[in-house]
Write a protein that binds this ligand. Sequence first.
Ligand code: ATP
Ligand code: MG
Length: 186
Amino acid sequence: MRLVMLGAPGSGKGTQGARLAERLQVPHIASGDLLRAQVRDRTELGRLIAGCLDSGKLVPDEQVLDLVLPVVLAAAAGAGGYVLDGFPRSVAQAVKAESVLAESDAGVERVIFLAVPEPVLVERLLERAGAAGRSDDTPEVIGDRLRVFQAETRPLIDHYRARGLLLEVAADRPAEEITQAIVTIL
Ligand code: ATP
Ligand code: MG
């Protein structure tokens, strides 16, 4: 199965993505994790993108696509699928990825939209900010990340709905319940 997890920051893409990948026995590919690893490893790319990550801005498409697409293609070829989390994050990214993936029969089959009311997102992200860790989990950056989601990522919902790929799941409830709901609809 080739899946995309779609949702705002704090919607649980990472949690549900990992659970689904385990159940489906395919790799969980999180673009944010791949990008943060570049910063941690102090690569040239890492130096270029650290500012974007810290401020919650989108990393330029070319850099994201170069980093993520080879991993996606390898998963599709080697493991027969993937659970993508955090990519694509804009219609432009989806369109660019579609043409590359289609050539290898590695295109997206289903998109899971994790629907969570905005006040719950803010609450979850602030909680995570309190626990410290990520440089973008701060009260100042959280608002910007939610705005980037509304402006850049939200249009993907209609993009995938129009293609008949979208499955919407209420994601303001316990994690296990959400996983069950997704497995059932899949
Ligand atoms: P959560 O993990 O709670 O869902 P999130 O979706 O904001 O939150 P990540 O997916 O880890 O977190 O992304 C963190 C940051 O990495 C983004 O704010 C952005 O700067 C960068 N990033 C991740 N994926 C992409 C992408 N596809 N295109 C551009 N930038 C990206
Ligand atoms: Mg995440």
